[in-house]
Design a protein around this ligand. Structure first.
Ligand code: COS
Length: 379
């Protein structure tokens, strides 16, 4: 795929590889074992322009497009799905929501801090009982003069504990009214707002996950994003972009697992020769390579359409669905090729598999992607 990259994408890929070699790879195992979200390393990525990738320069961002964003996340995915997930949630969900739907005042207030990494951003749609069925959310906001009072909770929120600011989707109208949900910006120290870390995840363990709790949280009217009642539609549009980021991470995880498997298959000898010489292994590698190329093409297709300001509902679902399933397959095959070694933490394959599994769940499960795709086809 590298051959299709522009010079700018190649430079970005190299920059992320250099950064990852220095700042991420040496600590991967520790962060994964201890479930540590490396805040200081995350903030350093802000200095490199990786936390405001598609935010225009006048708001302190890097001013790149989605193709460059996809390239960055593919490189991060090769190294650590957890760190990559935090970068994705920060860029496309929190900053993306404010950038695409916020007022000029909100953009000027929040985007420079988010793009530089001074502030970490989270985004909250899901609740304990409403994941795929997002519209049935229970957290409510009631108007009180020029403020809104929020009660309820959000669950599975990426770096919800460490975030300085969160964009949250809250019910302001009737249950199941698609125009009864509103997006609010909440800052960390707002009274009544707290968060609890969720522990013991299977994968993406270097990415913090938290529950957000709202106990009579008073939010000023100026922190409403767009119009009251527009939140659900905004969230769906934000996820259309976000799913390209998960597809990109998935491609990176798949390629990381593939490269580790190729290296091992060339070195490991059984029956007097490297196992790569056996057709059983060669065919596995051929399937992995073909599927990764296809996943990358789908992902860059969605990214290119997003850059051309074309609706990407179907294309991002294609890419997210296919690439995330390919990541799981490649992680699984890498473990199989490495045999007993692949089953230990001494080798990278098992982490790729664990990190990959989240990609088929977060920002809409594979089953939700198929609902989105089929609805688009049958429209
Ligand atoms: N872009 C713009 N608007 C969209 C949209 C999109 N991609 N998808 C839906 N909408 C709009 C619809 O047009 C509809 O608007 P009107 O009521 O004005 O006609 C409204 O949103 C409701 O849409 P729909 O009737 O399709 O809602 P459903 O409850 O059937 O839900 C799915 C649709 C299942 C696709 C949605 O709930 C979903 O994506 N769920 C998964 C959520 C998810 O990814 N969660 C993980 C978050 S982890 S970060």
């Amino acid at each position: 795929m590298t051959n299709y990259f522009t010079e700018q994408q190649q430079l970005l890929a190299q920059m992320v590889q250099d950064f990852a070699k220095q700042e991420i790879k040496p600590h991967l195992r520790h962060w994964d074992d201890q479930e540590i979200f490396p805040i200081e390393v995350f903030k350093k990525m802000g200095e490199l322009g990786l936390l405001g990738v598609f935010i225009p320069e006048n708001y302190g961002g890097s001013g790149f497009g989605y193709k460059e964003y996809a390239t960055i996340l593919m490189e991060l995915g090769k190294v650590c799905g957890g760190v990559g997930l935090s970068v994705a949630a920060h860029n496309s969900l929190c900053s993306g929501h404010i950038f695409y739907h916020g007022s000029e005042t909100q953009k000027q207030k929040y985007l420079p801090k988010l793009a530089s990494g001074e502030w970490i951003g989270a985004w909250g749609l899901t609740e304990a009982n409403t994941g795929s069925d997002a519209m049935r959310m229970k957290a409510t906001a009631v108007q009180d003069g020029d403020h809104w009072v929020i009660n309820g909770s959000k669950n599975w929120i990426t770096h919800g504990l460490s975030a300085d600011v969160a964009v949250v989707l809250i019910r302001t109208g009737d249950l199941l009214d698609s125009h009864g949900i509103t997006a609010f910006i909440i800052e960390k120290d707002t009274p009544g707002f707290s968060a609890v870390k969720i522990k013991d995840k299977l994968g993406v363990r270097a990415s913090e996950t938290a529950e957000l709790i709202f106990d009579n949280v008073r939010i000023p009217q100026q922190n409403v994003i767009g119009a009251v009642g527009e939140g659900f539609k905004q969230a769906m549009q934000v996820l259309d972009g976000g799913r390209i980021s998960i597809a990109s991470l998935s491609c990176g995880i798949a390629r990381g697992a593939f490269e580790a498997a190729v290296k091992y298959a060339k070195e490991r000898e059984q029956f007097g020769q490297p196992i790569a010489h056996f057709q059983a292994i060669g065919f596995k590698l051929a399937d992995m390579a073909t599927q990764i190329e296809a996943a990358e093409l789908l992902t860059f297709q969605a990214a290119a359409k997003k850059d051309n300001k074309v609706a990407v509902t179907k294309e991002s679902a294609f890419a997210k669905y296919y690439a995330s399933e390919v990541a799981v397959k490649c992680g699984n095959e890498a473990v199989q090729i490495m045999g007993g070694y692949g089953y230990t933490k001494e080798y990278p394959a098992e982490k790729y598999l664990r990190d990959a599994k989240l990609m088929t769940i977060g920002e809409g499960t594979s089953e939700i992607q198929k609902i989105v795709i089929s609805r688009e086809i049958l429209k």
